[in-house]
Design a binder for this molecule. Structure first.
Ligand code: 13P
Ligand code: SF4
Length: 358
């Protein structure tokens, strides 16, 4: 059997970001009517919205107003698992819907658009990845949540950016060698911090990969007092200029709590809605996605997150279409590493006196 070449697999499965969907602007009365219809449908179906920070601000506002949640991918998973609703409507990308279904097989999980994928997920197809893991049986397999259910089913641990560092530290302290997938930037960042033995799958996020180090240096010179906030899916030369590197929640918390007036933000611009809500007086400056070496294939907004809108949300609630289904044998295996992450996060929070979170 020829050995797996992960670089070649990623090259073959590289996807260009699609054009952003064009959602027609709604007149205020039409928007209010649509939101009212969604609220009524949520009540009638005993359904709840679980939205990611990168989705449109209107969706985030509606999720909050109707008792749902707006969160990072770790908290979305926790919320879904704790919810009493019969139906979870996940506004985000497909791996988030799949994680919700894996944790809640008895619940109906709907998504506004099932084509909302993620480049990291696409970069890591289950067949070659499983064969690669089989070539390294001595390594503990740690996969980012941004992967398919089949890839999770092959993993020992699932992590999100909010808990990855703590879990890798834990595995390093136990002397375990790690096979990490799929995000090479996040993996390399954690490897540098922990010194853990990590073999990295070379996937990347098309959105965060567009942040440019040289252009960021220029922008920092224009705003010398701004704090630089970076999601760790970004390249090293961007991470290295950060005052704070962390999950979406960590970056939002930094804007709220840091004693600064200006922030340069290197992550999806959807996050600005929550940042403005929590820190209305502070100035948020998007990190540059153009500059030397820029391909301009992508801007700082995930095209798949942009597939979520009030219009298709109302439709799936009305029709029940776009339900997530997971093969039961895959689910039974995939739930184990996800639950392991949630148990680890709970124990860690408890050890920090209930304050820490992930
Ligand atoms: P978080 O877990 O930090 O919300 O990140 C999810 C994601 O897809 C970032 O691109
Ligand atoms: Fe995936 Fe990147 Fe979009 Fe996050 S921003 S969902 S990692 S493509």
């Amino acid at each position: 059997m020829p050995r797996i070449d992960p670089e070649a697999v990623v090259r073959r499965h590289r996807i260009a970001p699609p054009p952003h969907p064009h959602w027609p602007a709604l007149a205020p009365t039409d928007k209010a009517a649509l939101e009212g219809r969604i609220e009524r449908l949520l009540r009638e179906r005993n359904a709840v919205l679980v939205a990611h920070y990168y989705t449109d601000g209107d969706l985030q506002a509606l999720a909050e107003a109707t008792g749902g949640c707006v969160a990072d991918s770790l908290e979305m998973a926790r919320f879904g698992a704790a919810s009493q609703a019969d139906t979870l409507v996940v506004c985000g990308v497909r791996f988030m819907g799949e994680t919700a279904k894996i944790l809640n097989p008895e619940k109906r999980v709907l998504m506004p658009d099932l084509n909302a994928t993620c480049s990291l997920d696409e970069n890591c197809p289950a067949g070659p990845f499983t064969a690669f893991c089989d070539e390294h049986p001595e390594r503990t397999v740690v996969v980012y949540a941004n992967t398919s259910a089949q890839v999770k089913a092959r993993a020992d641990w699932v992590v999100t950016s909010g808990i990855a560092l703590a879990i890798v530290e834990h595995l390093r302290d136990r002397g375990e060698a790690i096979l990490w997938a799929p995000d090479k930037h996040l993996g390399h960042y954690i490897q540098r911090l922990t010194g853990a033995d990590m073999l990295l799958w070379p996937g990347a996020c098309v959105v965060h990969e567009e942040f440019k180090g040289v252009a960021l240096e220029r922008l920092r010179r224009l705003h010398p007092d701004a704090a630089v906030l970076v999601h760790p899916e970004s390249p090293d030369e961007v991470v290295d200029q950060a005052d704070v590197v962390g999950s979406t929640t960590a970056l939002i918390t930094a804007v709220r709590d840091m004693d600064r007036k200006e922030f340069i933000v290197a992550t999806d611009e959807g996050i600005f809605w929550k940042m403005r809500q929590l820190a209305p007086g502070k100035r948020l400056i998007p990190a540059p996605t153009a500059g030397e070496g820029a391909t301009c294939e992508s801007c700082a907004h995930c095209p798949w997150m942009a597939m979520n809108a009030l219009q298709n949300l109302a439709r799936v609630l009305e029709t029940g279409e776009n339900e997530i289904h997971i093969d039961s044998a895959i689910r039974e295996r995939a739930v184990v590493p996800i639950q392991r992450m949630l148990d680890f996060a709970r124990a860690r929070t408890a050890a920090q006196g209930g304050k820490g979170g992930a």
